[in-house]
Design a protein around this ligand. Sequence first.
Ligand code: MG
Length: 173
Amino acid sequence: MRMGEGHMSEDKKMSDIERTARNWLQERGVTLQDIADLVYYLQVKYHPDLKMDDCLENVDRVLAKREVQNAILTGIQLDRLAEKGLIEEPLLSTIQVDEGLYGVDEILAFSIVNVYGSIGFTNYGYIDKKKPGILEKLNDKSSGMCHTFLDDLVGAIAAAASSRLAHRAANTE
Ligand SMILES: [Mg+2]
């Protein structure tokens, strides 16, 4: 009985984290469709009859992973604190100006890229260089918002979803 109750509360806590991670992405201007568009961009050259629904489904499955949710919450929290000036110097300016040599935003994103194996790294590197769609918007510094962590998180979610899609396609083709 007690064990059952323990499980219940753990499940509830997990879904709070998942719900919050999904809400925060939305609040920061990133929709599932935006990320699915990146997956489509990465994968359509390998799968010409790729369906957008499959891209959406794979993004959704990536967002169901706890380590992904934890990275999203951590990164978005730091972006928000930086916007409000609530981080101490010299870290505050480093995050606010998205200092190129900082690199911790990318390291946090790697915990997502890793989830479905090493092709994720190739996808992440490619999309980070090209910055299509939502990534271009997030990199627009004139918005007054700080997306130092979010741009890498979004690229990483798309890369992981692409890896998942590619692995599944390889198993069915
Ligand atoms: Mg960044």
